[in-house]
Design a binder for this molecule. Structure first.
Ligand code: BG6
Ligand code: MG
Length: 219
């Protein structure tokens, strides 16, 4: 195992709840409609535009291109306001230890987040210096569940995807890792992340030795 491709929201920090909170506010303000909890998993890991498309499809609402653009900008404004108070205390349990283990074993760290706010969030968490690379989601052709961002993250650390593990909390992300040819490590519920090759119920359960031996079997 030479590289680890990290998702960010919901794996490194619990910012995935902020995303959905921001969508809920936007939809309430614009249409006075409430979003059901189950829509959250459809927007997890998915780009900002693809998330709004899924939400509007669910609500059966059509908007002009200009309004669509304005709505994604507005959602991002709300999300950035929620991020303003982010500190290293928002790093999820077990993640700092896991990062240290990867470092000790010379495994390179690359960020494979769909979020255009990735660099900003890592900065707020004081984690940017521990990452060897950050893949830029604005430069990839297709978002998760396509493998592109994971391929870009592996290439940014010069490691073959099959020598990498990817860590994800979203259905779209697990599919993307599998398609990229890396070992998929899921964080979350079994009924949701059934395609993950290795699954932990939450970040505090993530274990370097288990990840390493799963990769040895997978390679
Ligand atoms: C992912 C989140 O990490 O980033 C999604 O799970 C979000 O919910 C996506 O839509 C894009 O984020 P941003 O910050 O570019 O709007
Ligand atoms: Mg995520």
């Amino acid at each position: 195992m030479k590289g680890v491709l990290f998702d960010l929201d919901g794996v490194i920090a619990d910012t995935s709840v902020y995303h959905f909170q921001a969508w809920r506010k936007l939809i309430k303000d614009h249409f006075n409609r409430d979003l059901p909890d189950e829509l959250e998993k459809q927007t997890k890991g998915v780009s900002r535009k693809d998330s709004l498309t899924a939400i509007l499809n669910y609500l059966d609402i059509k908007v002009s291109d200009a309004d669509f653009q304005e709505m994604t900008d507005e959602k991002n404004k709300v999300f950035r306001e929620l991020l303003a108070s982010l500190t290293p205390q928002n790093i999820l349990p077990g993640i700092s230890d896991l990062i240290s283990q990867f470092k000790q074993h010379d495994v390179k760290l690359s960020l494979a987040s769909a979020s255009l706010n990735g660099p900003y969030i890592l900065e707020k968490l004081q984690l940017n210096s521990v990452f060897d690379a950050i893949a830029d989601p604005s430069k990839v052709a297709a978002g998760k569940p396509a493998p592109d961002i994971f391929l870009a993250a592996a290439s940014a650390i010069n490691v073959d995807p099959k020598d990498c593990v990817g860590i994800e909390d979203s259905i779209a992300g697990i599919k993307a890792i599998n398609k990229a040819g890396a070992l998929s490590v899921g964080v979350g519920a079994k009924n949701e992340l059934s395609e993950a090759k290795l699954l932990f119920p939450d970040t505090s359960a993530l274990n370097y030795d288990q990840i390493e031996s799963a990769w040895e079997e997978f390679k």
